[in-house]
Design a protein around this ligand. Sequence first.
Ligand code: TPP
Ligand code: MG
Length: 311
Amino acid sequence: MLRFYFGRGKPSFRIFLLPLHLQKRSKTNTMATITQLESIASQVRRDIIRMTSEAQSGHPGGSLSSTEILTALYFEILKQDSHNFSPQGRDEDMFFLSIGHITPVYYSVLARSGYFSVAELATFRKLNTRLQGHPSVHQQLPGIRVASGSLGQGLSVAIGAALTKKLDGCNRFVYTLHGDGELQEGQLWEAIMFAGAKKVDNLIAIVDYNKVQIDGSNDEVCSLGNLAQKFLAFGWQVLECAGNDMASVVQCLNEAKSLTNQGKPVVVLANTQMGYGVDFMCGKNAWHGTPPSPQQAADALSQLTETLGDY
Ligand SMILES: Cc1ncc(C[n+]2csc(CCOP(=O)(O)OP(=O)(O)O)c2C)c(N)n1
Ligand SMILES: [Mg+2]
């Protein structure tokens, strides 16, 4: 099943439309929440710019493209107890960041949602701190269950967690986030095949589909072809959304939840733009792993409203 939510891609499959009475109801119910989530996302983007600029290293591009996705997950979708973090995640939803280099956005949403102090964001990428360039478990930072950064591994871990939840009789879900360049890793396709074959239907994978990666566009490096058709062929349900539109992201993730327990894993292709929210970064792969200079950071911050208060 493939459904589109305001996706930029040509809707060559079934276009999803809520019945009118539900459209009206969901709009009324979610307007305030969407506005609040957008406000949080603005602060998260400020954190990303400040962390990478102050450290003069790190990955702002993919962090900015994934901001709506991670904000929606941590402030709306995931059922977790951020104040009592348990690595086992029993009776909770679990999230695995497979695209480990986007720690600026990950650390920001973890801190802002209560896993650790917001002030700790100032230690990003400093030696002997918990906020290393890529997530690691050695520092026991609350919220992190597995190290990542070596691309391609997160789905395999998530499948193990999802199968464990089934064995434990837990009806919560396991979520992952992947990069599109990351999808060139062979291990991912082995995991995608396994999840489809074994009907891991409590698993929701999300792709930050920003169409670029470290060395250029996906097409220049190694085309992903028709990604939706590939997932469908591997036995997944496929949804697509406008990944930098908060309403589209939230609606799509809620729909993904409703498609669980139907014998197929679910993937959300979130059409995003690298560097979204900062005009001179938007759509440019050069910002994959380049920190903004102090002048560039000042320019970027002038475009992003401070909503929750800078750390
Ligand atoms: C196994 C492995 N190979 C190569 C790398 C180096 N690397 C880090 S990020 C990246 C590109 C990832 O592209 P994408 O997933 O699209 O992330 P984005 O650039 O959009 O943030 C590469 C090749 C790595 N971290 N791990
Ligand atoms: Mg990418």
